[in-house]
Design a binder for this molecule. Structure first.
Ligand code: ADP
Length: 423
């Protein structure tokens, strides 16, 4: 099967989120973890490659994205999607802008759009400013993110220092007029030499207009939601065959482990809510991990009944995250926690766990890597942007649910177990 849309995501949960939304249309979606070494004989209509490049040095992020692009081009793709977080997680150095520019250059296109809006999850863009629920981005809990604190809400100001060519805006007033008005605005901006266009969107209807106006562009960039209307568009244009539709759900035993390495405000609530249920839990402390490693938690885990879905978490309030970072550094604290949670995932699999629920984008990356998983098949949705996924780890059929920090409702950890049981 020829790939119609080749997607590159800057982290694992971003990739699962995108793959899940594309799969809502019923089309078959494959998610590859990292750029596969080999070109498969048969690729899916929608291929998503998950990188781990949100916070890597710019040149690494660019070179990873170039390899992913080459793989997708070999799979037959002529249109591409660069997926980053709906809260535009980045720093003045990158990596959103530099990767977009490198992809544009490699594809040979002079303009792309940026639309991280995800109305269903409360992310909207108006006059180029990104909102999280009712709050501007820089007043939202994202201002305290451990790795990419967001201290400005204006996407043009956030993007400009990351790119070499001009940045412009197609605002909501234009989008609301429909695909033709948006296309005209884009070509006017192109005539002015604007390569990078932020596009406002506050509702799903805007995303549909944007997809209709821009679905033909060689490169689109944004959050997952703006890609959601693309499968239907491609199906109606006859670009996808009937074979691309539908996937059976595998049987997975129900012994479960929950791992939480996200410190987002929503994950803090989800952990608190799950602790209320009285489920067994173990809290990781980065400072103790530096002194004694993961011995204590692994010992605790070995004594647990996986039928009760125990929770291991490093999730903590911003003050306590900062305190650990002051001693260990931001990357050092992140790494030590990720490695401990990944070791727990491996130990749990070896003890018979077949369902692992993970909170945190970087954390999910570390867990899948440790489990040796390089491909996920996308199943039903657990929460907006969080699909169930199925994979093989050392020949065992497993279900992994990978949630990025801000997604899901407060009862996510129980919801996820329930949905996996009744799928
Ligand atoms: P999110 O999806 O919310 O961004 P991530 O897993 O991507 O979550 O990022 C959270 C980062 O914070 C990870 O690197 C994780 O290891 C680190 N972390 C988790 N708990 C703590 C803690 N208590 N102190 C310091 N860093 C932590």
């Amino acid at each position: 099967m020829t790939t119609v849309l080749g997607c590159i995501a800057d982290d694992f949960t971003g990739a699962t989120d995108l793959a899940g939304l594309l799969a809502r249309s019923g089309v078959r979606v494959s998610l590859r973890i990292g750029v596969p070494e080999e070109q498969p004989a048969d690729s899916s209509s929608f291929e998503v490659i998950a990188l781990k490049s949100r916070t890597t040095p710019v040149n690494e992020a660019v070179s990873d994205a170039r390899s992913a692009l080459a793989w997708l081009q070999n799979a037959g793709a002529e249109r591409f999607f660069w997926k980053y977080c709906s809260t535009f997680d980045s720093t003045p150095d990158g990596n959103i802008g530099p990767v977009a520019e490198a992809l544009m250059q490699a594809i040979g296109t002079e303009q792309t759009i940026y639309c991280p809006a995800f109305p269903e999850n409360g992310r909207s863009i108006f006059m180029g400013n990104l909102f999280v629920g009712h709050q501007p981005l820089a007043e939202s809990p994202m201002k305290d993110h451990p790795l990419t604190p967001m201290r400005d809400s204006n996407l043009m100001r956030l993007l400009a220092p990351q790119v070499s060519r001009p940045v412009g805006l197609a605002d909501r007033l234009t989008v609301a007029k429909g695909p033709w008005a948006l296309r005209t605005r884009l070509s006017d901006l192109h005539a002015e030499g604007v390569a990078h266009v932020i596009v406002d969107a506050v509702a799903d209807a805007d995303l549909k207009i944007i997809a209709e106006a821009c679905g033909h562009m060689p490169l689109l960039t944004g959050g997952s939601a703006v890609a959601m209307p693309l499968p239907a568009l491609y199906l109606s244009a006859g670009l996808i065959s009937e074979e691309a539709v539908g996937m059976p759900t595998p049987e997975v035993e129900d012994r479960t482990l929950i791992l939480s390495g996200s410190c987002s405000a929503m994950t803090n609530r989800q952990v608190a809510e799950y602790l209320e249920t009285g489920a067994p839990s173990f809290q990781l402390d980065p400072l103790k991990l530096t002194e004694a490693g993961a011995v204590d938690v692994l010992k605790w885990l070995a004594e647990q009944d996986l039928g009760q879905a125990p929770l291991i978490y490093a999730t903590a309030a911003p003050e306590s995250v900062k305190a650990a970072q002051q001693v260990l550094g931001v990357a050092g604290a992140g790494e030590i926690v990720e490695q401990a949670l990944a070791a727990c995932a491996v130990a749990a699999r070896d003890a018979g766990a077949r369902r692992i629920i993970v909170a945190g984008g970087e954390t999910s990356g570390a867990v899948t890597q440790a489990l040796g998983v390089d491909r996920l098949d996308i199943g039903a949705e657990i929460a907006p942007g969080v699909p169930s996924t199925y994979c093989q780890s050392t020949g065992k059929q497993m279900a992994l649910t990978l949630k990025s920090g801000n997604f899901g409702t407060p009862t996510f950890f129980t919801d996820a177990q329930e949905k996996l049981r009744t799928r």
